[in-house]
Structures are given as structure tokens and as C-alpha cells.
Design a protein around this ligand. Sequence first.
Ligand SMILES: Nc1nc2c(ncn2[C@@H]2O[C@H](COP(=O)(O)OP(=O)(O)OP(=O)(O)O)[C@@H](O)[C@H]2O)c(=O)[nH]1
Length: 295
Amino acid sequence: MKDKAADLAIVSNKTFEASTAVNLHHYDISSALQTSLEFNELISIFCNKIQNTIPHNGVEYINEEFDLEFKRGVMARHSCSYALKVEEQQLGELKLTRSNRFSRDELKMLESLLCCLIYPLRNATLFQQALKMAFTDPLTKTNNRTAFNDCLLREIKRAERNSQHLSLIFVDVDHFKHINDDYGHGCGDLALSSLAGWLKDSVRGSDAVFRYGGEEFVILLSDTDIDGAMVIGERIRADIESHTLAYGMDVLNLTASLGVASLKGSDSPESLIKRADAAMYQAKQHGRNRIEVGY
Ligand SMILES: Nc1nc2c(ncn2[C@@H]2O[C@H](COP(=O)(O)OP(=O)(O)OP(=O)(O)O)[C@@H](O)[C@H]2O)c(=O)[nH]1
């Protein structure tokens, strides 16, 4: 007679206890991961939670879509890396390192635990994408006016707290209406997106450039006084003038008028904007393709 027991997987209370323990661990990790929508925080929570099960010394997480590189601990000789994705959506790459090899069982366990991380990372991706869209101008891919208002308030507070300078430059394309009228809106749009690229190249961080509206951009310069802002503004003016724009068979040149203002003790965001904007209008009145200061 065939030994029936030989065909059966053994289920004992030991297995039950082990799987319950594993499920509880998964549950504990999943619950902890629900508390954040920030990539770095999610990775930290996950690695803290798995430290006892899969000891490791170093963690690296790279997410190219969000230009993110998170490192923690000490990088060591042995590593295991995972490209994380769900339904073809890339969620970044996670690498754990330590001085001794990861065992096969540990890797199996890690792969199972990573399932807890995937969906929170996907939620974070969707949230961060929505956030990015809400603060980005779709045509020029610069920060939009909402982002500017947010950022200006933060920068004013920071400048006041640290007794630092803060300056603003308004940049408005000259006779932009003619570009639309003479070459069409497609050309106007190309001019605006090209200009945004030149502006980003002219300043330290591309985050400092905002589309304020229409053909008007604003640049926020932290820790920069009025003299420094004038130097940067003049460089931007000359840079715009020196570029040529090719549109089909046409070649165009742009110029812009700029207004500069620096934060004073009594300034509100509105009064600082008003001075920079008024200076820009003065530059228009004084012949365009020039820079003026709003005192
Ligand atoms: N193609 C395009 N045109 C835009 C966009 N936003 C605003 N404009 C146009 O920008 C033009 C701005 O014209 P005006 O305010 O008269 O200014 P200007 O012609 O640049 O003249 P000055 O500022 O006085 O030198 C208008 O014709 C708007 O329609 C856009 O996103 N794309």
C-alpha cells in the first residue's frame, strides 16, 4: 500500500506559528508604511523594520524620475539590489549592503517583505507626481505662480530668521505680441519654453525660476543682495539678447526688460513683488532690453 503521508506537505503547529509570525511582520511593516508619502521616509521605515530579520549596514535608494538619491549607513562589500516596479511603473532601485554575504533564505525573505514596500512607494509616486503637476507650468516646465507664492513666503521667513539678503528679478519679454502676430502662437510658445531654458541655465538652481504669467518670469535669489542681483540680472539680459531662436525658416532674436528688488525690513511678499514689477515697467518705459532697480 502506498504511503499516503509521503505525498502530503507537512503542516504542523510549528509551520502555523512561523507563518503567523511572518504575516504579523508583514502587517507591522505595511501599517508603518502607511504613515508617509515621502520616498526617503518610506525607505527609512522599511529598513528599520527589517533590520532584525535582515541585518544590513548600508542602504541606497535611487529614483531617477524624481532625481532622488538617498543613502544611509555605511556601504559595505556585499550587496543585494532590487529594481522596484509595479505594473510597469518604475519605483526606483533599492540596495542593501553589509560585510558578509546575504544568505539565500534572507534574500527570499527580503523579496517577500519588499511586497509591503511596493504599493506605498506607488502611492508616494502618484502623490509626488500630482504635487509636481500642481506646481509646474506645463508649457515651460518651470515652477508656476502657485509655487512662486509658496516659495517666496518660505524664503522671506528664512531670510529674516538668518538675517540674509533676498532678491527678486522680474523678466518680461519685449514686444512678445509681435512674435505671436508675425510668426504664430507655435513660435510664441517655442520662444517662451526656450527662454525658460536659458533662464534656468543662468541661475544656480533651476528651482529658482518661475513663470509668473504670460511672457513674464520671476527669479528668486536667496542670500543675494541688490548688487549681486544686478550682476545676475545684467548677465541674464545679455544672455537672452545673444541667443537666436530658429523657427522653421525663420531666425528670431528676443530681448527682455528686467526689474530687480531686494527684501527690506518692512517688506511683505506683495510689497517686494510690487517694487520688482514696477522696476520692470520702468525698464520698458526707458526703452526696453535693460534692467532697472526698484528701491
Ligand atoms: N504664444 C503664447 N503667447 C502668450 C502666452 N501667454 C501670453 N502670451 C501673449 O503674450 C502677449 C503679451 O503682450 P503684451 O502684454 O502686449 O506685451 P508685449 O507685446 O511683450 O509688449 P511689451 O511687454 O510692452 O514689450 C500677448 O499677445 C499674449 O497673448 C503663451 O503661453 N503662449
